[in-house]
Design a protein around this ligand. Structure first.
Ligand SMILES: [Zn+2]
Length: 245
């Protein structure tokens, strides 16, 4: 099983993994990479306004709907596994137990790369807390003195996916990923998010615009690659390469 390749997504709320890296999940699954998704919460309080407007809504009914949507979306993307921590949202409760649970997942999954939120997000502190939380869990999972005897984590790259209202987040893409081959899967996952209809068109537009940037940065009309839909990511760590290209 040494050639088994894996990846881990850490999503603050149930829908973030769909809007921000659904294409990356579907694409890598198609390439044989097992992608595990951790949802720290269901976004039940802060990202479910449409559900709260329904008669008789309670925290439990909203959570159940959001869990169902996340499961359907993960299935539409072909994700290997979906793990829901159910930590509550707005704000997330990121305590020691939750941190060590994520460390255990990191060591069990041994991801080749990690996808998570941007470093800064003044609109949504859950998002930036998730990035810091994931970075700290990664560090602990690398420590030989933490639960000695377990397989320690290597040095997986962290890719920060595109936040909402991008320009205000200090997020700058360092790569664009062509998700055209799996766009239909991402769109199907987007349409699982019944609680957030207002974002379906928005995130389709984002993918189209990033497709345009992919074409431009790959050479444009002077021989660039065609690309209809893309996702942007910001790498945290240097990439180790044998030659520049
Ligand atoms: Zn969110």
């Amino acid at each position: 099983m040494s050639d088994r390749k894996t990846a881990l997504v850490v999503s603050a709320h149930a829908a973030d993994f769909v809007w921000r890296c659904g294409g990356a999940i579907a694409l890598h699954q198609d390439k044989g990479v097992e992608v595990t998704i951790v949802c720290l919460s269901f976004g039940e309080r802060g990202e479910s306004a449409r559900l709260w407007k329904q008669e008789g809504a309670t925290l439990e009914t909203v959570k159940a709907v959001r869990r169902g949507e996340a499961e359907k979306a993960a299935e539409a993307l072909g994700a290997h596994d979906l793990i829901c921590f159910d930590l509550g949202d707005y704000p997330l409760t990121l305590d020691e137990a939750a941190k060590h649970r994520l460390v255990d997942v990191l060591r069990a999954v041994q991801p080749a790369f990690i996808l998570t939120h941007s470093k800064y997000d003044p609109y949504n502190t859950d998002h930036m807390a998730t990035m810091a939380f994931t970075m700290e869990a990664r560090m602990i999972a690398q420590a030989w003195g933490h639960n000695p005897g377990e397989k320690v984590l290597g040095a997986p790259q962290m890719y920060l996916f595109e936040p909402h209202q991008t320009e205000q987040m200090g997020w700058v893409p360092s790569l664009f990923l062509d998700i055209t081959p799996v766009w239909e899967k991402k769109r199907a996952a987007i349409e699982c998010m019944e609680g957030q209809h207002h974002l379906w068109t928005y995130y389709t537009n984002v993918a189209e615009n990033r497709g345009n940037h992919f074409r431009r940065n790959s050479g444009g009309q002077a021989g660039g690659r065609d690309c209809k839909y893309a996702e942007g990511f910001q790498a945290v760590f240097p990439r180790c390469v044998d030659e520049l290209q």
